[in-house]
Design a protein around this ligand. Structure first.
Ligand code: HEM
Length: 138
């Protein structure tokens, strides 16, 4: 069981060290999935990308903390994204991309304990996604 307060610490540490990580996160997403970049074609001002990353960080802060709305946010956005051609299996990869980019941005300060806390929190995300997929398949 990871200490989830380390997820909160790492989200704050990225902001301290790098300010807004939106460009780095999407550069990693598009390097991994080049075909996804076209979906954001109309987003010249990065408004949607920034807003989306903001929602993902809010979801992580909730799952690492009070767990009041994170699962519902994932459920609602999974449904919305299915409607814009982003299937659940792809939707969930965004959380892994954020983790990997934040690990790179934090560097040596990213300890095994921080890694365990993120893995623990992302297990929650994957449990919610699997539950929604099972419910939609039923
Ligand atoms: C690889 C995975 C993902 C892709 C390819 C993707 C793609 C997109 C695209 C193309 C839009 C703009 C839709 C439009 O213009 O109508 C969007 C918006 C949004 N996405 Fe994602 N998404 C992903 C994962 C996620 C995740 C994991 C969440 C949150 C849990 C999320 C939350 C949102 C929100 C809240 C918006 C609306 C932003 C705004 O304009 O206020 N997305 N997404």
């Amino acid at each position: 069981m990871g200490d989830r307060s380390l997820v909160v610490w790492s989200l704050e540490r990225v902001a301290e060290l790098h300010g807004d990580p939106t460009p780095q996160v999407y550069a990693r997403l598009f390097a991994l999935n080049p075909e996804v970049e076209a979906l954001f074609m109309l987003d010249s001002q990065r408004g949607v990308k920034g807003a989306m990353l903001g929602h993902v960080i809010d979801t992580l802060l909730d799952l690492a903390g009070p767990r009041l709305y994170g699962a519902n946010m994932i459920y609602a956005e999974m449904t919305n994204h299915s409607g814009i051609g982003v299937p659940p299996a792809q939707f969930v990869t965004f959380f892994d991309v954020v983790k990997e980019e934040f690990r790179a941005l934090i560097g040596a300060e990213w300890t095994a304990e921080v890694e365990a806390a993120w893995d623990d929190t992302l297990e929650d995300v994957k449990r919610v996604v699997a539950k929604v997929e099972a419910a939609q398949a039923a």
